[in-house]
Design a protein around this ligand. Structure first.
Ligand SMILES: [Zn+2]
Length: 495
């Protein structure tokens, strides 16, 4: 691309002084957003489930030229939304070449650039930034310092240059000045120490700040965006009032409203396209995985303040596929079809994402997770089989029938033994599985039915994944739901 390389060329180009001098980042985002709104199509591709809730509020905040904050629990795509804001920046932005804070060629703020322009005039060299280069992100932690965020006085630089301490020549710029003319995102804002919040506020309000007691003038041009957990943000004393006052809009994010929305996000984010195998993920497997997150978000044993990240179903899905892949490799099969039983093998991808309350801690993460999976299976089963008479299948087990659905048996072996269960094959219709479908598909569907009956305690299953008769009602009544699972043996982390 033939972009102007000097200030003189720039002046005569489409990046004219008229256009650039007064155009601040928030004006630029606003203009580009207005153009985008006139077109059809999604504003932020890949952000699912926020079309009618979060996105209109973000649009309003940008149209209002606000700094804004996204308030939401973890795994609600907050960082992703903030990163997507770069799509509202110009493809190329000229700045004075060599400037650490990317000075506007027509309105430099640093002393170096002011001197450079005075000395070289129209031959001052110009360089360009892409949108990604104009996005700076920082995770706030209590140990972030003014030096990290705003800058530090470098006494060596000062001594060597013979400058006064407070001149900009002696400042080593922090992250915020380096985000000048771009977007600066601070995640988990309440974790920033009060003193740093004051510094941030001063920059936003006055364009100057004190570093080690020296006043430094920095009239930066930055769009500031933040994210925070809502409870931390509203907790008294976590955010200094003047800073809160300067954040134009507070926008609340949320988890997917429906299982379907969750599935869309998970299938978009999870790593499913793997080489060498033909993968078919049955819909009910996706539904059970997604429902685990929904069930967990309602569970009183799980900490409501931290929430259940959307990353739980995503990593769960990846692990479920891997378990099915492992089975297929071991058995020399080409077609990989995950089963509901694979979800129990994916517990390592889930337990770390459950912040437990005291009651949950007492119960143990593995047990809580196993119960969540079981409830999700029961609910998903009900979506397909409510009102369907399964007595024939249950009777087969009550009469002493047993079937093992382990990982070591090949699909044809299991498929064969499934044929013995009277009444089972015809029920696969409800899952849109036909007799002509591959054995892997039929086995997975049949296993879902058996897992569903087990989740409803109509048939039993042991640690070796042998399905058999359930406990008799009298014996069952004595036991609570929680006690029903056998204790887990470490050598077999399978349910
Ligand atoms: Zn400069």
């Amino acid at each position: 691309m033939n972009l102007p390389r000097t200030l003189g060329e720039l002046r005569k180009s489409r990046f004219s002084e008229d256009l650039l001098r007064k155009r601040r980042v928030k004006d630029e985002m606003r203009e580009n957003l207005v153009a985008r709104l006139r077109q059809t199509g999604p504003l932020f591709p890949g952000i699912v489930g926020y079309e009618d809730s979060v996105i209109p509020q973000i649009v309003n905040a940008i149209l209002s030229r606000h700094n804004f904050i996204l308030l939401g629990l973890r795994g609600q795509a907050k960082s992703r939304i903030l990163r997507a804001l770069t799509t509202l920046l110009d493809p190329q932005t000229p700045y004075i070449e060599g400037c650490e804070i990317h000075d506007n060629p027509f309105a430099p703020i640093c002393r170096r650039c002011n001197e450079e322009v005075a000395r070289r005039g129209d031959s001052t060299p110009i360089a360009y930034l892409t949108p990604d280069q104009r996005y700076v992100e920082k995770l706030a932690t209590p140990d972030v310092t003014i030096a990290d965020l705003i800058g530090d006085i470098d006494p060596i630089k000062a001594a060597r240059g013979g400058h006064e301490l407070s001149s900009e020549f002696t400042v080593h710029y922090g992250l915020l000045p380096r985000a000048n003319r771009g977007i600066f995102a601070i995640n988990e804002l309440p974790d920033l120490a009060g003193k740093i919040q004051v510094g941030l506020f001063n920059i936003m309000q006055e364009g100057d700040v004190q570093i080690k007691g020296y006043p430094i003038r920095l009239p930066l041009d930055v769009a500031l965006v933040f994210s925070a957990n809502p409870e931390d943000y509203t907790a008294r004393g976590k955010i200094i009032t003047p800073l809160k006052d300067r954040i134009g809009s507070e926008i609340r994010t949320h988890y997917p409203a429906t299982v379907e929305e969750g599935i869309t996000i998970t299938s978009q984010e999870a790593w499913t396209q793997r080489d060498g195998y033909n993968l078919q993920i049955p819909k009910y497997v996706s539904e059970v995985i997604e429902r685990i997150a929904f069930v967990a978000r309602e569970d009183k044993r799980i900490d409501k303040r931290s929430g259940i990240s959307q990353r739980l179903p995503i990593t769960c899905m990846e692990n479920v596929i891997s378990n099915a892949e492992r089975r297929a490799i071991r058995n020399g099969e080409e077609l990989v079809v995950p089963r509901v039983g694979d979800i129990y093998s994916a517990m390592p991808a889930m337990t770390g994402k459950l912040e437990l309350e005291y009651e949950g801690e007492m119960r143990g993460a593995d047990n809580v997770c196993r119960e969540l999976i079981r409830t999700a299976i029961a609910k998903t089963y009900d979506e397909y089989f409510t009102g369907v008479n399964m007595q024939q299948i249950v009777t087969w087990f009550d009469l002493g029938g047993e079937i093992k659905m382990g990982d070591t048996a090949t699909t044809p072996e299991i498929f064969e033994s499934l044929q013995n269960i009277q009444g089972l094959t015809e029920k696969l219709d409800r899952l849109a599985v036909k007799a002509k479908d591959c054995p892997q598909v039929q086995v997975s569907a049949a296993e879902f039915i058996l897992e569903g009956l087990h989740a409803h305690k109509r048939i039993g299953r042991n640690e070796e994944r042998v399905f058999r008769a359930g406990e008799k009602p009298a014996a069952r009544a004595e036991k609570s739901f929680e006690r029903e699972e056998p204790p887990m043996r470490p050598r077999r982390p399978y349910n």
